[in-house]
Design a protein around this ligand. Sequence first.
Ligand code: NAP
Length: 375
Amino acid sequence: MAQDFQLPTTHRVLQLISTEEPLQVKTIPTPQPGPGSAIVQILVTGVLSYSGEIYNGKRQYPFPKPFVPGASAVGRLIAVGPDATMSLGQLVLLDCAIHARDDPSAVMLSGIVEGFTEASRKLMHGEWRDSTYAQYTKFPLENCIPLNEERLLGSPSTGGFGYRVEELVHISRLLVPYGGLSDVGLKAGETVVIAPATGPFGNAAVRVALAMGAGRVIAMGRNESALKELSASNARVYTVKITGDDQADTQAITKLGPVDVFFDISPPMAAHSTHLKSAIASLRHGGRVSLMGGIKTDISFPYASFMHRNLSLKGTWMYTRYQMLSFVRLIESGLLPIGKGSGLIVERKFGLEDWKEAFEAASVAGINEVVVFVP
Ligand SMILES: NC(=O)c1ccc[n+]([C@@H]2O[C@H](COP(=O)([O-])OP(=O)(O)OC[C@H]3O[C@@H](n4cnc5c(N)ncnc54)[C@H](OP(=O)(O)O)[C@@H]3O)[C@@H](O)[C@H]2O)c1
């Protein structure tokens, strides 16, 4: 049967009017494509563990109001601007990190945060205001990353992995730590400390580090059952509990050998956690630190130690386009499985009207679980 690429005149979206009132499902005109953009039919889109806190204002993320919230998603090209080279019907990963074409340093996260410069704010208040909690969305062409449908969704009998389309949402979560771990040049055989590793992005970092060939992954966290789950997942994963005694924790880490890389993915609440001190103290001479967490306050760091031990510190917000494309190749190679048997799960799917339940489910989801909207 020929596929119908007609755009409906209207579509359903989840809209945020203000952080003080409940989100609303509305029917609004369907966006139209123009040069440099595509209209994508959303098949499935992810919910963050802290989405509820973003849209009720608790995390104080700046964004325009009203707008259609969202996150990275998987969809199909349904209409494209005149300069597009991809074909209609192409399966794409929608990458939420939108950069200004004339200033790559201006970045906003579609549906999540308008960024922190005048230029990034202009992007989200104008052309790219509405995101993926909708049946259709308009996205920049360069943020529509083509996925090899035959390989990813095709039957194993014909060389495919047989993934379900919703399982592809794991790619966008795994991609985040890939940005930081690539930026500090994690190499095969190296030892990396990941902390905290007991949250969704931390757990993703453990999987990505293993796929990049890390010899040892030392996962830190407070939640003992999550740590147990991590150490049972792979023989190259070791765990160290964050006890609050930084010296004891440093000893526990260094017992496992010299550490090449410390990858931090702390949420704002972990600003005073002792793992920052103990993980930095465990680094070998010349070790590297990747900061990808969401800590908002200034924190002190051991200046002399950085100098005497030739340590380096690299902050990373999301990832580069090159990293994103190479990560999709990694997924398509099968080196980092995301389907049945991988331990990653997508059990809970919600319609847009069930947004409250979706945010609640994501906030209590297991570390291997992604909660999604199927609009
Ligand atoms: N740089 C980027 O591009 C980027 C992208 C996405 C997200 N992020 C940031 O990454 C952060 C972490 O994400 P997430 O997926 O792990 O979800 P999260 O829900 O924000 O954080 C949960 C994790 O934080 C730990 N935690 C909470 N309070 C803590 C405390 N007081 N001390 C020590 N650990 C504490 C939890 O450990 P236990 O359960 O063991 O207590 C768990 O591992 C987010 O908050 C966000 O700001 C950054």
